[in-house]
Design a protein around this ligand. Structure first.
Ligand code: AP5
Length: 222
């Protein structure tokens, strides 16, 4: 399966993508995670990405396309992938179409997760993540077993630099202006399924899995 997770910042794309990737046994490709890893390693890409991410602006399309092109040519992507946070502009989506066409493949499904802006601000202000393994928590809805420490590897959890109120509001504005138009772009091109991301994490996953079961049944018949 080749899936794109779409939705505003904080909708739960990463949370769901991680679980889906495990269930479907395909890689989870988060451009945000790739940039954050580059920032941690203080590479040139990291330095460049940081100057945009700290303000809630998008990293330039050509830079993002370069890392995606490299990542999807890796062998583990042959069985499919889940994009999380990519594509984010119409130019990225067009470029991706060309890349996939050259590989003789196409996207199967857009998973569009919707959550209201007020809920998003509260979610992101309470988000904590593990700098070592990338596990994501929420101080109230999805807390770690031991306060402040990652359940999976015991590392001290941290907040993201772009999860401050002012930057969150800018990310929402950028989403509305640059990413939301992708819904129209994919309409009639790639099957799109919408999910209410305000529900409990397990419930959202259950509904996506149920949809995928129906989708796979349908594509086997076709
Ligand atoms: P990126 O890392 O992609 O961030 P984002 O899209 O803003 O999304 P988030 O990671 O903030 O949210 P999410 O939807 O994954 O939610 P999560 O599951 O974590 O991008 C960051 C930056 O990198 C961008 O601003 C840009 O600068 C750059 N960038 C990345 N990709 C780019 C691209 N393609 N082009 C250009 N620039 C790019 O959940 C959020 C919180 O809510 C967590 O605490 C979680 O535990 C909790 N939660 C999740 N689901 C639920 C639920 N159902 N109920 C209650 N709480 C929940």
């Amino acid at each position: 399966m080749r899936i794109v997770m779409l939705g505003p910042p904080g909708a739960g794309k990463g949370t769901q993508a991680k679980m889906l990737a495990e269930k479907l046994n395909v890689p989870h490709i988060s451009t945000g995670d790739i940039f954050r890893e580059a920032i941690r390693k203080k590479t040139d890409l990291g330095l460049l990405a940081k100057s945009f991410m700290d303000r809630g602006e998008l990293v330039p399309d050509d830079v993002t396309m370069g890392i995606v092109k490299e990542r999807i040519s890796e062998p583990d992507c042959q069985k499919g992938f889940i994009f999380d946070g990519f594509p984010r502009t119409t130019a990225q989506a067009e470029n991706l179409d060309g890349m996939l066409r050259n590989l003789g493949i196409s996207l199967d499904l857009i998973v569009d997760i919707q959550v209201r802006d007020e809920e998003i601000v509260s979610r992101l202000e309470n988000r904590r993540s593990c700098p070592a393994c990338g596990m994501v928590y929420h101080l109230i809805n999805n807390p770690p077993v031991e306060s402040g420490l990652c359940d999976s590897c015991g590392e001290l959890l941290v907040g993201r630099v772009d999860d401050t109120r002012q930057v969150i509001l800018n990310r929402l504005k950028v989403y509305e202006e640059k990413t939301e138009p992708l819904k129209a772009y994919y309409s009639g091109k790639v099957e799109t399924a919408q999910f209410d991301g305000a529900q409990e994490i397990g419930k959202v996953l259950e509904q996506i899995m149920e949809y995928l079961g129906r989708y796979q049944g349908k594509s086997e018949v076709l």
